[in-house]
Design a protein around this ligand. Structure first.
Ligand code: SAM
Length: 264
């Protein structure tokens, strides 16, 4: 069951009762879409967008509002009914009309109503913008496993930008394994998300050496889902076992050691 609530900026947010998980930031659903997803990609020319976890489409709608000359947008959402009604949720009428039209008769926006793990395996094009907006990893790790992230990053153009709100250690570690340059999305001095690109010139606030080194700790052990087929519980249990057996030091021990060596 899905409930609605009003977020901090007055825009509507959704809450999933079964998962006990919110779809949108309580500080502002619309603000989140702009600050974490669209603002970091404002300079990308002729956007070719992959919107993973479309929901009611705040990220896509905000992209349509702020980005020029969009080539196409591919949206992935497992909850078909939710996405098909997304044009009824508040946004400017002009944008919602575009969404409604494309849901009924796809023009430059295409929808994949399926498990994103299936979509990323089958897509064979490159995007210069990828939005990744799954529920929290401890609720739905299947959308944050290193294997899923490898498949997502494989779809990113060399000059493209990947963005997510997530900056947890396992997610950063998975990204780091792809060789991509990782940066922090900073707003009003707050660390609010992750931006990554193979063109390091596109990344302003790169992770520091210390932050990269901290990925070699137990806290940063990635979620694993080799065939993109495990369920949430299996992935969480496997990671728990891997952490228990791991010879890596804990994040707190790493920080203590670095403080001792006065590197931080
Ligand atoms: C945090 S919400 C995304 C909010 C969305 N970006 C918006 O603007 O409304 C996560 C979304 O992921 C969808 N989802 C969950 N598991 C999925 C999966 N395996 N594949 C695709 N979508 C999934 C949920 O139905 C939900 O709409």
């Amino acid at each position: 069951m899905i409930r609605t609530f009003i977020t901090g900026d007055g825009s509507l947010g959704l809450y999933n009762v079964e998962l006990d998980e919110i779809y949108h930031s309580k500080f502002g659903a619309k603000t989140e879409a702009y600050e974490k997803f669209v603002e970091p990609v404002l300079n990308i020319k002729n956007p070719r967008i992959l919107d993973i976890c479309y929901g009611i489409g705040y990220n896509t709608k905000t992209a349509i509002e702020y980005l020029n000359n969009i080539d196409f947008i591919d949206c992935v959402e497992i909850d078909e009914a939710l996405a098909k009604n997304s044009y009824k949720y508040e946004y400017s009428d002009s944008v919602n009309i575009i969404i409604e039209k494309n849901l009924k008769n796809p023009d430059f926006i295409h929808f994949y109503f399926e498990d994103a793990r299936k979509t990323v395996k089958n897509l064979n094009k490159k995007y210069n913008i990828i939005f990744h907006d799954g529920f929290a990893p401890y609720k739905q790790p299947e959308l944050w496993s290193e294997d899923f992230i490898f498949a997502v990053i494989n779809l990113l153009d060399k000059e493209g930008i990947y963005v997510t709100y997530n900056h947890s250690k396992p997610v950063l570690n998975a990204l780091n394994k792809t060789g991509i340059t990782i940066g922090k999305t900073i707003k009003n001095d707050k660390y609010i998300g992750t931006i990554a690109s193979f063109n390091s010139d596109l990344i302003k606030n790169k992770l520091s050496d210390f932050e990269i080194e901290a990925l070699n700790t137990k806290s940063a052990i990635t979620y694993k889902d080799k065939d993109l087929s495990l369920n949430s519980l299996q992935i969480l249990n496997n990671r728990k076992k891997e952490i228990e057996k791991s010879p890596l030091i804990t994040l707190s021990a790493f920080i203590k050691k670095k403080k001792g060596n006065s590197v931080i």
